[in-house]
Design a protein around this ligand. Structure first.
Ligand code: NDP
Ligand SMILES: O=C(O)C1=N[C@H](C(=O)O)C[C@H](O)C1
Length: 240
């Protein structure tokens, strides 16, 4: 994703990459690359993060100490890191989303609407598919979809992850996320509403990683004029 962000910013009219963080960089980039965020001594106006959940706490710490707005796109964050993000957002503008595409945010809005209409008679299941290099499962997006649905239905469902080892039939109170990993699949999410003799599926398929990089750059631009706070895609697409 880092390379995709660099490409999106290559000919940008107002933004430019002034530094990168990569622990094993062999890059010939025209800007300094640091092994860790702590080593970064370049003044930056915004941090865009696509990394690994284990390093996000150090990014947040750096952003707070330097009063730098931050766009956090990394998924698989621990509960402790989630709390850290909330604390940080009291001091600096923080943009946080497990999916930076417009399409997924529309899918969530549609799935919420469908869930409120169908929750009594339809089983809801989420299937996500990603490339074989992804380290976290289920995807951050699948969790966002499930949480979004649970926020609006009368009886929030218990979340399950896969059905392996389950020796009882499906309960109406559950919603399961199924994760598939293979090849170079960029990112696919299906929300299934399965009723008697009919199934409605709401799907999103990312065709390239560029879509996430563009979303992150838009989020960085959005943060430029924001006060400290926690922001997400709903603040950008407020009319979805
Ligand atoms: N919100 C969104 O829209 C999107 C979010 N993502 C999320 O962004 C994150 C990154 O995705 P992606 O770029 O595809 O993943 P990659 O694995 O390609 O890149 C992750 C980067 O983080 C580095 N890294 C991993 N572990 C550590 C560590 N312990 N210390 C320091 N650096 C580390 C990796 O370095 P190295 O190569 O040396 O391991 C690599 O440079 C994931 O969490 C993914 O789910 C991805 C796409 C869209
Ligand atoms: O790791 C990825 O590639 C992606 N991760 C995000 C997620 O976990 O939902 C977003 C996107 O689906 C791509």
């Amino acid at each position: 994703m880092g390379r995709n962000v660099i490409e999106v910013l290559e000919n940008h009219s107002t933004l430019k990459v002034v530094a990168g963080v990569d622990r094993l960089s062999e890059s010939t980039a025209p800007f300094p690359i640091f092994e860790t965020i702590e080593a970064c001594d370049v003044a930056v106006d915004c941090i865009i993060d696509f990394s690994h959940y284990s390093v996000v706490p150090s990014l947040i710490q750096y952003a707070m100490e330097h009063r730098t707005p931050i766009v956090i796109c990394t998924t698989g964050l621990t509960d402790e890191t989630e709390k850290h993000i909330i604390e940080a957002s009291k001091v600096i503008p923080v943009f946080r989303s497990g999916n930076m595409s417009l399409g997924i945010n529309l899918l969530i809005a549609l799935a919420k609407k469908a869930a409120t209409l169908l929750e009594d008679d339809f089983d809801i299941e989420i299937i996500e598919k990603h490339h074989n290099r992804k380290v976290d499962a289920p995807s951050g997006t699948a969790k966002m979809i499930a949480e979004g649905i649970n926020d609006v239905i009368k009886s929030p469902k218990t979340l399950l992850y896969g059905r392996h080892g389950n020796e009882t039939k499906r309960s109406t109170n559950e919603m399961t996320i199924h994760a598939v990993r293979g090849g170079t699949i960029v990112g696919e999410h299906d929300v299934l509403f399965a009723g008697i003799d009919e199934v409605i599926t709401i799907s999103h398929s990312a065709q390239s990683k560029k879509v996430f990089a563009k979303g992150a750059v838009n989020a960085a631009l959005f943060l430029e004029s924001q006060k400290p706070g926690l922001y997400d895609m709903n603040h950008i697409f407020s009319n979805i």
